[in-house]
Design a protein around this ligand. Structure first.
Ligand SMILES: *[C@@H]1O[C@H](CO)[C@@H](O)[C@H](O)[C@H]1NC(C)=O
Ligand SMILES: *[C@@H]1O[C@H](CO)[C@@H](O)[C@H](O)[C@H]1NC(C)=O
Length: 399
């Protein structure tokens, strides 16, 4: 899917004060282990869909994915930091500038970083098709930057695989395979050693981010995603389906964290909606999420390039494993596009004041309210904040 040129989500979430007291002991990583324990800040950061594009050229046309040609007079030109809400990916000047800004202002102020994928450009230019090598190189560059900015300061980073982090996009066979192997190498410093073997099979892992209190679970949503035609989609009669194996693993994780008296953030790239997930995967996701509401603090996803949250509603899911045909399923692409356009407009308006006053949305309270509801749970509930006059932060927007 096409995205805004600058689709980088910057979320800060304050979690309960109860976790803000102890000193943090970082997880097992060479880079982290050398550093003294950090004091907890009570916040974390969510970054997603950075889509760096090495072919981006300033002054080119949006039609060429900002790779070539001058645009017609009335059309916008590729700017220094991208074309807001356009069809081009992010120039490195934007991703670098943004991460440098976060490095300076925020990297010491957060306890961990959830990073929900798509760290390569889109396949949006027939003249410059992507290659597997390029995708891994872009991911490697972004991973090294994340190491510099966060891990080197003892801040754990939790990456997840996006649908554009594989070639061809959307398609991922059951592991172990070259993709799980490559990412196990690229993300070596982010994945704790005991999780390595599981990661090489499925591309998912869990890690204590505040030992004894809070963990993060990185899901591989490629095995649930309707566009991944290489898998069956959690078919009930196929226990070896990679989506089913992942849910089996997830349940064991949730059980273990619950028995340790811990709580978890669940992270992934493609969010769990009836439109995005195979019906049987969707059912399993909703069922597990509701059953473990006491253990799950929240769900953080990327992919949609729209800052929003939605509810997991058990009543939307029928007993035979089919998601009831919801409005979302019947909407055609045009409707969705129009809604996104409207949303961008209202977001621009709603967040306009925040460019001066540094504002947080009180959506954390929504989670607290709905968490107790017997049939649904909010997704990706987070505080959104923007720091005033720094130019690139105006591009750091909404997924
Ligand atoms: C972005 O940062 C990387 C790593 O620090 C550097 O190698 C690269 O040259 C930078 N690119 C731009 C366009 O600033
Ligand atoms: C943002 O606020 C400024 C000053 O109040 C105003 O001129 C501008 O039109 C607003 N932009 C949007 C998108 O609402």
């Amino acid at each position: 899917m096409r995205t805004t040129a600058v689709s980088l989500l910057f979320l800060l979430v304050q979690f309960q004060d109860v976790f803000a007291a102890p000193t943090q002991v970082p997880f097992d990583s060479d880079l982290v282990a050398k550093r003294p324990p950090r004091k907890l800040r009570g916040r974390f950061l969510h970054l997603t869909d950075m889509h760096p594009d090495p072919y981006y050229r300033v002054g080119t046309s949006e039609k060429s994915a900002c790779h070539r040609r001058k645009p017609k007079k009335a059309k916008p030109r590729a700017g220094e930091h991208g074309i807001p809400f356009g069809d081009c990916d992010s120039p490195f000047s934007l991703t670098n500038h943004t991460l440098d800004f976060i490095d300076k202002k925020w990297s010491e102020e957060v306890d961990f970083v959830i990073w929900t994928g798509d760290s390569a450009r889109h396949d949006n230019d027939r003249k410059l098709p992507r290659t597997t090598k390029e995708i891994y190189e872009l991911n490697r560059a972004m991973a090294r930057k994340m190491e510099d900015v966060f891990l080197s300061k003892g801040v754990p980073v939790i990456p997840t695989i996006g649908n554009n982090d594989v070639w061809p996009h959307n398609i991922m066979l059951p592991g172990p395979n070259d993709i799980t192997f490559q990412y196990s190498v690229i993300w070596r410093s982010f994945i704790p050693f005991p999780s390595f073997q599981v990661f090489q099979r499925g591309g998912y892992f869990s890690v204590d981010v505040i030992p004894g209190s809070v963990a993060a679970i990185s899901l591989n949503t490629m095995y649930f995603y309707t566009s991944n035609k290489a898998v069956g989609g959690c078919e009930v009669n196929d226990p070896q389906d990679p989506g089913n194996l992942q849910f089996d693993w997830l349940e064991v994780q949730l059980q273990t964290f619950r028995s340790r008296g811990m709580q978890v953030w669940i992270a992934g790239h493609v969010p769990p909606s009836a439109r995005n997930y195979y019906p049987e995967c969707h059912v399993r996701y909703v069922e597990l999420s509701l059953r473990y509401q006491d253990t799950i603090l929240g769900h953080l996803f990327g992919h949609m390039n729209v800052d929003h949250f939605f509810f997991l509603d058990a009543q939307e899911v029928t007993h035979n494993g089919q998601a009831r045909s919801s409005d979302a399923l019947e909407e055609d692409e045009q409707d969705v596009k129009k809604k996104h356009k409207d949303l961008y407009g209202s977001l621009l308006k709603n967040f306009n004041h925040s460019s001066r006053t540094r504002t947080c949305l009180p959506s954390e309270s929504s989670r607290t309210i709905f968490l107790d509801h017997p049939t649904f749970q909010a997704i990706s509930v987070s505080l959104w904040m923007e720091e005033g006059q720094e130019a690139p932060m105006r591009h750091v927007l909404i997924v």
